[in-house]
Design a protein around this ligand. Structure first.
Ligand SMILES: C[S@@+](CC[C@H](N)C(=O)[O-])C[C@H]1O[C@@H](n2cnc3c(N)ncnc32)[C@H](O)[C@@H]1O
Length: 323
């Protein structure tokens, strides 16, 4: 792949936060847990793209249709000469709905932890949108981000955080992310954020337990990476995917369940799993509109405008900083 069409690329080397150390710490916890950001290597990003096309996964198509329907209104709120910064850009597909509706976005910076996929997606975008200045930053957005100097850096920055990735954070982490984003984007910035709504448990659980087993593959990619990158010896088939809605906490929880009693040796450690024991791999918090107002306010934003689909499945909000 030719990356020469990118206006800039900065590798902040997020993988230096070591997968190996994180795995050891996570498997020592009770219950065992691993951070969801480790789903995403090239393979994980490709599996996630397949999830986006699943019938059961209403999230992507509903958000895309909201973006398509309301993009002109969204651009109107941003103003002119915009530098859009996407956190967790994946395949950079959703941005296209905004780019296709007007000319006010002059620069786009994609931030993602999955380096190869980031570079491929941004290069494709730069190829298709020749007037757009496209930059890529490989970074971990859960860390305090200080954006490097970028092409068209003085343009007003608008953050874009779609896909309900904010749902992967606890309330406290979400507030801290929003505050960090505000300081990274600078004064006068705004943030367009897609947030999944609370709904019927059956619909939620179906979305994370698709019949074709794609979400299971995605979840198991964490263990696939542990075998491939760290050389840990265990049978991948001895674990299975589970996704359940925890109504007390208002979140989908993804787990990997050990199908058998087993122990896994890694570095000087022996991790013992009893049959049925689980590793917590992801939370996806679901919000009510009141929850979103409270979250925005706790992070010193107010909601300038919200868009919700007719079935009240998903929502997009334009957040502005309180004066
Ligand atoms: C749920 S996908 C959303 C992708 C895309 N924005 C969308 O809405 O379809 C999450 C994206 O964020 C990236 N990601 C996950 N955790 C991250 C982190 N801590 N820092 C940076 N990127 C992260 C993943 O690689 C993935 O591309």
């Amino acid at each position: 792949m030719d990356y020469s069409k990118l206006a800039a690329f900065h590798d902040l080397e997020p993988e230096l936060e070591n997968f190996s150390d994180t795995l050891v710490t996570g498997l020592m916890k009770s219950p065992k847990s691993l951070p969801c950001k480790f789903f995403y290597d090239k393979r994980g990003s490709e599996i996630f793209d397949k999830i986006c096309n699943l019938k059961e996964y209403y999230v992507t198509r509903t958000e895309l249709s909201l973006l398509e329907k309301y993009s002109t209104e969204m651009l109107g709120l941003f103003g002119n000469d915009i530098h859009l910064v996407e956190f967790g850009s994946g395949s950079s597909k959703k941005i296209r709905k905004l780019l296709d509706s007007g000319k006010s976005i002059k620069a786009y910076t994609a931030i993602d932890i999955s380096k190869e996929h980031l570079l491929d997606s941004c290069s494709t975008l730069a190829d298709e949108y020749v007037d757009l200045s496209v930059s890529a930053i490989c970074a971990d957005y859960t860390r305090k981000l200080c954006l490097p100097t970028l092409p068209l850096n003085s343009y007003k920055k608008i953050g874009f955080f779609p896909g309900s990735s904010i749902g992967n954070f606890s309330q406290e982490e979400a507030v801290s992310f929003l505050k960090n984003a505000a300081s990274a984007l600078g004064s006068g910035s705004g943030l367009l954020v897609g947030i999944d709504l609370k709904k019927d448990t059956k619909l939620l659980e179906a979305a994370y337990n698709d019949k074709a087993g794609v979400t299971a593959d995605f979840n198991l990619n964490l263990l696939f990476r542990a075998k491939k990158e760290l050389g840990i010896s265990f049978d991948l088939n001895s674990f299975q995917h589970q996704a359940v809605y925890n109504s007390n906490l208002g979140r989908i929880e993804m787990w990997l369940i050990s199908k058998t009693n087993q122990s896994i040796e890694f570095r000087e450690n022996k991790f013992v799993f009893t049959k049925g024991e689980r590793i917590h791999t992801e939370s996806s918090y679901k919000y009510s509109i009141d929850d979103i107002k409270e979250l925005a306010s706790s992070a010193d934003y107010h909601i300038s405008k919200s868009w919700i689909d007719a079935n009240r499945l998903f929502s997009i909000h334009f957040l502005s900083l309180k004066n």
